[in-house]
Design a protein around this ligand. Structure first.
Ligand code: ASP
Length: 584
């Protein structure tokens, strides 16, 4: 070993010991008579000290050749520091260096390797291997490791078996676009990369492996955002001989155990909310329930008073911003502009200030009496000093807009503390979702999700009203996981394919293997998958999952460090039986 200790290890008890450390030069301070080096490795920083007159002059000469990020080995004696640094664990001591060796030199790095670096995102991604040397990034990867290990330990303890499933497969049912891989040995044919191991984990249930999990890469060719990457990781799970309650129990248990083990946080039993309620009271299927601010529908008290905007709306709905009754005109105008931005797209915002003296001031005073406004405030459970914010329009559109406003107000009022965790099971999702573009129903989750038995009869008469045995785990407004109890008999599965507009041939071509497997004794089963990158970001108190992935892609799906995707040469194309169409 080129070291006796790491750079994070030495304490006051090591005083007097001869040690050897290896690492990177974080900083050199040369005050003429004295030189200090901060030596860094994965474990921390230790101060090295050199003193003109005391330290061998060859050693001093070598130190003066060094620059930031040089890799060095230093041997010396641990001494107590005169001025201690209580900000780092090794801050009581320093190493008085007697021998030093430059193991490798370094170019000047393109940005500073500090918590607060001067490097922009683009530059840091191009030199990600340098970015990864930074404390803040390393901490995120350590957290990810801990979460993965704790997950494995927990699931292993519950009798789950980790089974790997293939990556070169064919189209899977998650409804995104596939990444495909041309086959050299089978001209004109392609593999698809799994959007999830969904079909394989169901096959494993047929095979009798009744508790399966895998921490697995999935691939979806979708537009990217802060919480989406083209390749991402799931904790993918499936169980046989279970009902919905069993799955919820098992994975609530796992989530609680992860919070306890990794963050030492105890979370209470998870709340449950049907999808329909989530939409009605929060305008979202992933409500952030760290704060209340529930929607209150106002049609009965706000319509038919001559205000056309409300009268012609399908839904009039508002929220109470507690204590915001003293907002100035400027503040309200700014909020109005905020909801009118194209990303939100509201036409306007109606406000009512509940004054301390019991009177009301609103943007619609022309149409509504003090008595009317009082009625709204009562219905919304508002008190004096509060501000009512009201939107109107088509139900689905308005709910979405008010959801955005609610989240924004929650943020502005400091109600979304990232150290507070509010998990929620959203249950009873609709089975089907109408798609405007293709003008037909799609599976809201995926085509293997089972309908609630009591709703099956509505499949023909009112398909949109059929509920599924599907559930999502939502924490702080982020969808952390989702799953369902599956269809396990061939008859119901065919019925489902019919309703999704698959012809028998299409269904057979895409999922025939699964249909056939179901004819050989498929047990009742169900499962769930957690977005592992999102879970890491949530635990780390961050929004972007990119910070928790060692080598992430940028918003255009590029890895700018290795410069991928890239063109391939003609021979390679030829071998793969591919031709690139010339740009016109
Ligand atoms: N395969 C699903 C998904 O990736 C999860 C599940 O149904 O278990 O969302």
């Amino acid at each position: 070993m080129l070291r006796t200790h790491t750079c994070g290890e030495l304490r006051i008890e090591h005083t007097g010991q001869k040690v050897e450390l290896s690492g990177w030069v974080q900083r050199i301070r040369d005050k003429g008579g004295m030189i200090w080096i901060d030596l860094r490795d994965r474990y921390g920083i230790t101060q090295l000290i050199f003193q003109e007159g005391e330290t061998n002059s060859e050693v001093i000469e070598k130190v003066r050749e060094m620059g930031r990020e040089f890799v060095i080995k230093a041997k010396g004696e641990v001494k107590e520091r005169y001025s201690k640094n209580d900000k780092i664990p090794t801050g009581d001591v320093e190493v008085f260096v007697e021998e030093i060796e430059i193991l490798n030199s370094s170019k000047v790095p393109p940005f500073t390797i500090e918590d607060d670096t001067d490097g922009g995102e683009e530059l840091r991604m191009k030199y990600r291997y340098l970015d990864l040397r930074r404390n803040v990034v390393r901490k995120n990867l350590v957290l990810r490791h801990k979460l993965a290990q704790a997950t494995r330990r927990y699931l292993d303890g519950q009798g789950f078996l980790e089974v790997e499933t293939p990556v070169l497969i064919k189209s899977t049912p998650e409804g995104a676009r596939d990444f495909v891989v041309p086959s050299r040995m089978n001209a004109g044919e392609f593999y698809a990369l799994p959007q999830s191991p969904q079909t394989f984990k169901q096959l494993l249930m047929v095979s009798g492996y009744d508790r399966y999990f895998q921490i697995v890469k999935c691939f979806r060719d979708e537009d990217l955002r802060a919480d989406r990457q083209p390749e991402f990781t799931q904790i993918d799970c499936e169980m046989a001989f279970v009902e919905q309650e069993d799955i919820l129990d098992t994975f609530e248990g796992m989530t609680k155990a992860l919070f306890k083990e990794v963050l030492d946080v105890e979370v209470a039993d998870f709340k449950r909310m049907p999808y329909s309620e989530a939409m009605k009271y929060y305008g979202s299927d992933k409500p952030d329930i760290r704060f209340d601010m529930r929607f209150v529908e106002l049609n009965d008290v706000a319509q038919n008073k001559g205000f056309k905007v409300f009268d012609s709306a399908e839904l009039v709905v508002g929220i109470v911003a507690e204590g915001c009754g003293d907002y100035s005109r400027k503040q309200v105008d700014e909020l109005t502009k905020w909801v009118q931005r194209p990303q939100i797209g509201a036409k306007g915002l109606v406000y009512v200030k509940c004054n301390e003296d019991g009177s009301f001031k609103s943007s619609v005073d022309k149409f509504f009496s003090q008595e009317d406004l009082k009625g709204w405030a009562e219905k919304m459970n508002a008190s004096s000093g509060d501000l009512l914010l009201i939107l109107s329009g088509d139900t689905n559109v308005v709910r979405k807009q008010l959801n955005e406003l609610r989240l924004e107000m929650g943020k502005r009022l400091g109600l979304r503390d990232n150290k507070v965790f509010a998990p929620l099971w959203v249950v009873d999702f609709p089975l089907l979702e109408w798609d405007e573009e293709s003008e037909r129903y799609h599976a809201m989750h995926h085509p293997f999700t089972s309908p609630k038995t009591e709703d099956i009869s509505k499949l023909d008469s009112d398909p949109g009203a059929v509920r599924a045995n599907a559930y999502d785990l939502v924490i702080n407004g982020v969808e952390i996981g989702g799953g369902s109890i599956r269809i396990h008999d061939q008859k119901t599965q065919s019925l489902m394919f019919d309703h999704l507009g698959f012809t028998k041939e299409e269904a057979k071509k895409q999922f025939g293997f699964l249909m056939e497997a179901f004819e050989y004794g498929a047990p009742p089963h169900g499962g769930i998958a957690f977005g592992f990158d999102r879970l890491c970001a949530l635990f780390g108190g961050a929004e972007s999952i990119r910070d928790f992935i060692a080598f992430p892609k940028n918003n255009s799906g590029r890895d700018i460090m290795i410069d991928s995707p890239a063109t391939i040469d003609r021979d390679q194309l030829h071998e793969l039986h591919l031709k690139i169409e010339e740009e016109k």
